[in-house]
Design a protein around this ligand. Structure first.
Ligand SMILES: Nc1ncnc2c1ncn2[C@@H]1O[C@H](COP(=O)(O)OP(=O)(O)O)[C@@H](O)[C@H]1O
Ligand SMILES: [Mg+2]
Length: 577
């Protein structure tokens, strides 16, 4: 076929097909030397059922063995059959798509899936050079220019650009997985940078180590920076400090935070908490003249109420005497709430919880939540980075969980046609979305995120789950992800998790995971038509690296004593600023 985009010469063939099963094709290498230059993950073309068709797949396995073969045709005069050791190279290719020169009325089409199979004995070739560029050009042409998200270049041919379907990538949740130092944070920065070029991007990054701060600084920041208020901020007004006042918590979250389930009186404590919170919210709504809301709100509705009043009312229950036959006797809750009240006092006085129990006064205003919604879900600026680095790890799940739930619910209640989709980028997801048996606080966070993972798509909320330990991330959340950007992954357990998440046919591709170079990724899922090895572009503004160069820094950086003093003081104040 001269008018085909793909041009192969019989002399350049890599192998000859000898076995075909449902999703893969085995070929025997013709040219052993050529095979050594072809890596797992390379694209391979087979002649299809007609000359206008090529089946395209990815090399997922190469086996090599030496076999002694009897050279029956070369029997000696004595009747001896000489034996020669021969090298057998076999390659397995997973078929992914079909290229056709003509398809009905259309010319040059590429579609996912293989309708036919290569004939046994047919030749196959590595797709390289001009062929690769033609194919990639065709793939990106098939993608609506508006949807194109350029992520990098193909490892097999750096001049061919790899584009993903930006709609699909974010639509049904994505996971970005790779060992430490494999390039996840740079990949996040790259996606944010690409999104920044759109008119109204809407992404919120949950930044666990303050790595993305550089993206929020400089003359052309990509994102706006926020920070969960730390003990140093207590009660202060600060544009960047985020507070999550106690009244945002729903009952399940309140209980996870304050209740000791193992205590006999836990059911009484929970019941009184719910009772008083409902009453306090109701009183507040009436006092504010919010009668329509007062008629409909539930105990979980985010309505401000005074914390001190809640404590006082619980205390009244705990001490209340009721009239007896002759003398007053102890009320039904007498002494049953003491431990709960003490726990609650302990929490509310803990400065680490200042962002929740000691917010500035305006956090008591009915309108305060409107402000939070505007700051975090608005699109000017549309990319927001929230720094959680000063939040103590034991309370991280509850903080992240509450914030995600509140954002999701606000979006849920936005009128459908007025909703601009929003993506939550969950960095270091294993820290707050753990697999295994969760504690009460982790359970709440998991429920918030699992709800987003399961229903978010309908309401335009999606997740990008980022983790270095996929095996430690909730399986429910990961299994809802439809696209995977997988960087180098060295740990067996983590590789096994990724393998299980992939369709069977992709199994072999994941064999390449430990071999990937820094910044190289496999992109798997419906956002990319042909999954192959991609070298991700370098972002313009780089995140600060969480990885220290020990050897280099021992040569360069001297420790100053005043810095140590400052560190001790920061530790005392629980704040770096
Ligand atoms: N796309 C890339 N191209 C080249 N080098 C990269 C790329 N991504 C990351 N790196 C290198 O790897 C280092 C670690 O990347 P980083 O994104 O911080 O890893 P992770 O977040 O997975 O721990 C970076 O400091 C950089 O030197
Ligand atoms: Mg990182």
């Amino acid at each position: 076929m001269t008018d085909s985009l793909l041009q192969f010469e019989a002399d350049d063939a890599l192998g000859r097909t000898f076995r075909v099963d449902t999703s893969s094709v085995w070929a025997a290498a013709i040219d052993h030397e050529r095979l050594t230059r072809v890596g797992v993950g390379s694209l391979i073309a087979f002649q299809g059922s007609s000359s206008s068709e090529f089946l395209v797949g990815v090399l997922d396995r190469v086996t090599r063995d030496l076999q002694d073969e009897a050279l029956v045709e070369e029997v000696t005069v004595d009747g001896d059959v000489p034996v020669e050791t021969r090298q057998h190279d076999l390659l397995r290719v997973v078929l992914l798509g079909t290229y056709r020169t003509v398809d009905g009325t259309k010319r040059d089409t590429f579609k996912r899936g293989a309708d036919s199979y290569p004939l046994v004995e047919s030749l196959c070739w590595v797709i390289l050079g001009a062929n690769l560029q033609q194919l990639m050009g065709l793939l990106s042409k098939q993608l609506d220019p508006e949807k194109r998200l350029q992520l990098g270049t193909f490892v097999a041919d750096p001049s061919a650009i790899a584009v993903a379907d930006g709609d699909r990538l974010f639509q049904r949740h994505a996971a970005l997985l790779g060992s430490t130092g494999s390039g996840k944070s740079w990949a996040v920065a790259l996606m944010l940078e690409r999104a920044k070029a759109l008119a109204h991007p809407n992404l919120i990054v949950f930044d666990m180590h303050g790595e993305y701060t550089p993206l929020t600084a400089g003359p052309e920041p990509i994102a706006r920076s926020f920070r969960i208020a730390g003990p140093g901020d207590a009660g202060a007004e600060n544009d960047n400090a985020l507070y999550l006042p106690w009244w945002l918590l729903n009952q399940a979250e309140m209980q996870a935070l304050l209740l000791d389930r193992s205590e006999d009186n836990a059911p009484n404590q929970a019941a009184r908490l719910t009772h008083h919170v409902r009453e306090l919210k109701h009183e507040r709504l009436l006092a504010d003249g919010q009668n329509a809301v007062a008629d409909r709100f539930t105990v979980d509705s985010p309505v401000p109420y005074p914390l001190q009043d809640l404590l006082d009312r619980l205390n009244d229950d705990d001490c209340a005497m009721v009239p007896g036959k002759t003398v007053p006797k102890q009320g039904p809750f007498f002494g049953k709430l003491t431990r709960f009240i003490n726990r609650m006092r302990g929490r509310t006085e803990d400065r680490r919880y200042g962002f929740m129990f000691d917010p500035p006064n305006d956090a008591q205003d009915y309108e305060w939540l409107h402000g939070l919604a505007k700051r975090l879900l608005g699109t000017s600026p549309g990319i927001k980075v929230i720094d959680f680095s000063e939040v103590p790890s034991d309370i991280l799940p509850i903080v992240v969980g509450v914030l995600a739930r509140v954002l999701y619910e606000i979006h849920f209640w936005t009128e459908e046609e007025k909703r601009t989709p929003v993506t939550l980028v969950c960095d270091e997801a294993h820290l707050y979305l753990p697999s295994g048996v969760p504690d009460a606080a982790e359970l709440r966070a998991l429920e918030s995120f699992e709800r987003i993972a399961k229903e978010g798509r309908k309401y335009g909320v999606s997740l990008v789950v980022v983790s270095q330990r996929p095996s430690d991330v909730s399986r429910t959340v990961l299994s809802q992800c439809n696209n995977f950007i997988v960087l180098r992954l060295t740990n067996d357990q983590d590789q096994a998790v990724v393998k299980r998440l992939m369709p069977d046919s992709m199994d072999g591709l994941t064999a390449a995971l430990p071999l990937l170079d820094v910044g190289e990724a496999l992109i798997l899922g419906d956002a990319i038509i042909l999954p192959t090895r991609i070298r991700l572009d370098v972002p313009r503004i780089k995140p600060t690296s969480a990885t220290k160069n020990f050897w280099t820094e021992w040569n360069e950086q001297e420790v100053k004593e005043e810095d140590l003093v400052a560190a001790v003081e920061a530790m005392r104040m629980q704040s770096r600023s």
